[in-house]
Design a protein around this ligand. Structure first.
Ligand code: FMN
Length: 208
């Protein structure tokens, strides 16, 4: 994959990829550089800067999925464990995971600063997190990783907080799994439908 894609090419390239391995197409320094861009340049509501990202690679990534597996084993019925266990193994086979958190502190501050919008800030905090998730997903795939987005929160929250010294108040919103793509990982992807776009997209006043 080209490592120098236009934004729209990167957006088109981004898919949900599950067949991942531990081969990284870029080094950890470059991953950190991309994560720094997310924290600095991705917008947040009222510039809350409430997003927090914890990037785990290699052994630390494995540790996270061991924690999730251990906890889920207690919750998932024996008959369903085969499926769940395989899925979790697939995530662990990848190179890294980004934990996306929202810090409630700046949100609370904004709520008292702008009481008229008080009930809106929690929703906008979710939007802020989603923007960071989408940026990292698209940027890492543009660099040659495959990614998938997971939501095992809140099950691993406490153990993760203890393991990586993460404040318990932070709220885990999503986990982005990333890794090298296995041969043929994109082969079975559904094609994106052009159908019904006109029922979902409306454009007024353009010179088309
Ligand atoms: C808000 C959001 C939540 C998602 N949650 C999950 C999830 O928990 N597990 C998962 O495997 N995929 C999850 N996905 C991935 C979607 O299923 C996927 O993006 C969608 O089917 C379109 O496929 P594509 O990513 O290949 O374009 C999520 C995507 C979004 C945007």
């Amino acid at each position: 994959m080209s490592h120098d894609m236009s934004f729209t090419a990167a957006a088109k390239h981004r898919r949900t990829i599950y067949s991942l391995n531990k081969k990284a197409p870029i080094d950890d320094k470059k991953i950190e550089e991309i994560a720094r861009i997310a924290i600095k340049d991705v917008p947040s509501s009222f510039n809350s800067q409430s997003a927090r990202m914890v990037v785990l690679v290699k052994g630390e990534h494995d540790k996270f999925w061991d924690i999730v597996t251990e906890i889920l084993k207690v919750h998932v019925p024996e008959a369903k464990w085969e499926h769940t266990g395989q899925r979790l193994k697939g995530f662990k086979n990848a190179y890294g995971t980004i934990l996306f958190y929202e810090d409630p502190e700046p949100i609370k501050k904004l709520q008292s600063q702008f009481p008229n919008y008080s009930d809106k800030f929690p929703e906008w905090s979710e939007h802020t997190s989603a923007m960071h998730q989408y940026f990292m997903w698209t940027a890492l795939e543009a660099e040659g990783f495959g990614c998938n987005l997971q939501h095992y929160n809140p099950l691993p929250d406490q153990r993760a907080a203890a393991e990586w010294d993460i404040p318990l108040e932070w709220s885990l919103r999503a986990q982005l799994v990333f890794g090298g793509e296995e041969e043929g990982a994109r082969e079975k992807l559904s094609t994106k439908s052009e159908e019904r776009i006109e029922k979902r997209l409306f454009f007024h006043g353009a010179s088309l």
